[in-house]
Design a protein around this ligand. Structure first.
Ligand SMILES: *Cc1c(COP(=O)(O)O)cnc(C)c1O
Length: 420
């Protein structure tokens, strides 16, 4: 067998909190004005109390509400697949597995947190959410989720994507969301995630019926994504496989990486590997310290690796990996040496994507292809040493709305970004 599913009643009933497994409690976020640790009252205008509680929780497990499980069951549990055809193409003794999060309604892992976020907001009487989106994956995921709970949604979309990539905008509108290009007050500017966050936070701050929703970086977001790693662990057991030697995922804000990797943090022998673009090398070249999550400095300061909030990465195709900062939890694991990080140039990433597509049939999102690049390199290293390495990576999204990028690569028009 090469593909393992779980029965629908075996979706994890609780999320895995990595906090009790860290070397020290996480440093608190700081208020942008006072630089004092933020309290629940500071965050209440933005987030529902349930999510604020999860943001600071040190409980090892947090129950998934039944209403959330009912919706997750539309596509979960997701398959765990052994990439035997890729193994053969590489001639590697390694066993390569991927967790297929591309089967969700919006085609990526992001729905795993969009659903609980919409649920908790609706339960606390909120009727409208604002958010930002880069290439549109988060906007589509949240639009699907808000449709399930009859919430209004306004999405500030990075202008360069709004202009060049209409399909995710159309999907958001189909699910009932409203989309506007960001920055709203500067029509000549291509925009960035950091500036779109500023727009979305400003919109929400002025209205009591509205909260803000973030698709990555924050502790509660990574918490919701741990269903990925929990299911994968279960499925590796079903496959008769041992624990992986290495768990790999691309890292933009850290949510799909945290999702697959956190449940393996207590397993000391398992290496954890973050993969980022060389043009936005937050973990490999950024500095650890307090920085703002947005460009304007409206958000709390977070303890994280950052390239500086003013950093505007080149417009590579992996839009979801173009963020100046990173999850504080991921940052702490990297700083403690529990997690490794590697960066690749765009050309090497697409080479891996095409190799994977030809062997396994699936066309990955450019973000996802970063993890595939690293998985292939791990498998090739195992070929050198003859090691029967077990590799697990997160297939975090499909690339059917990124075909223009493949067209550029296939016809030799893909620029390798700066630094490569
Ligand atoms: C958004 C996205 C990412 C990057 O976000 P993380 O929070 O780092 O996971 C990576 N891959 C896909 C497919 C995405 O949609």
């Amino acid at each position: 067998m090469t593909r393992w599913t779980l029965p629908p009643d075996q979706i994890p009933g609780a999320w895995f909190n990595v906090v009790p497994h860290l070397s020290a409690p996480p440093q608190p976020p700081l208020h942008p004005g006072t630089r004092e640790p933020v309290g629940p009252d500071d965050l209440a205008p933005l987030f529902p109390m349930a999510l604020i509680g999860q943001e600071v929780s040190a409980e090892p497990w947090i129950d998934v509400p039944g209403e959330v499980l009912d919706i997750l069951r539309l596509w979960r549990p997701t398959p765990l697949v052994r990439a035997t055809r890729l193994e053969k193409a590489l001639g590697t003794p390694a066993r390569i597995y991927f967790k297929d999060e591309s089967v969700s309604p919006s085609g990526s892992h992001k729905t795993n947190t969009a659903v609980p976020q919409a649920f908790y907001n609706a339960r606390e009487g909120i009727t409208r959410l604002t958010t930002e989106t880069g290439a549109g994956q988060w906007g589509t995921a949240l639009a699907f989720a808000t449709a399930q709970f009859d919430l209004d949604l306004k999405v500030y979309m990075v202008r360069a994507s709004y202009d060049q990539k209409p399909y995710r905008r159309i999907a958001i509108e189909t699910w009932g969301g409203e989309v506007v290009p960001s920055p709203v007050d500067d029509p000549g500017h291509p925009g960035s995630l950091g500036s779109a966050i500023s727009d979305a936070v400003r919109d929400c701050a002025g209205r009591s019926d509205t909260h803000y929703s973030l698709g990555s970086v924050l502790n509660h977001v990574l918490l919701h994504q741990t269903v990925i790693g929990l299911e994968a662990k279960e499925q590796l057991g079903l496959a008769g496989e041992r624990l992986p030697d290495v768990v790999i995922a691309p890292c933009g804000g850290g949510s799909n990486l945290g999702g697959i990797a956190f449940p393996f943090v207590p397993d000391a022998g398992v290496r954890l590997l973050a993969v980022e673009p060389l043009s936005c090398p937050t973990l490999t070249q950024g500095e650890f310290g307090y920085d703002f999550g947005d460009v304007e400095g409206l958000t709390p300061l977070l303890p994280m690796y950052s390239l500086g909030r003013g950093f505007i990465p080149p417009s590579i195709h992996a839009g979801g990996l173009r963020y100046h900062g990173d999850s504080p939890l991921i940052s702490q694991l990297v700083r403690d040496g529990r997690m490794e990080a590697v960066a690749y140039p765009q050309g090497k990433v697409f080479e891996a994507a095409v190799q994977f597509a030809r062997a396994e049939g699936k066309i990955p999102a450019p973000e996802c292809a970063h993890g595939i690049r690293a998985a292939i390199d791990e498998a090739l290293a195992a070929k050198e040493t003859g090691e029967e390495k077990v590799i697990l990576f997160n297939y975090c999204g499909h690339g059917f709305l990124d075909l223009a990028a493949y067209d550029e690569y296939n016809h030799g028009r893909l620029p390798d970004e700066q630094g490569s």
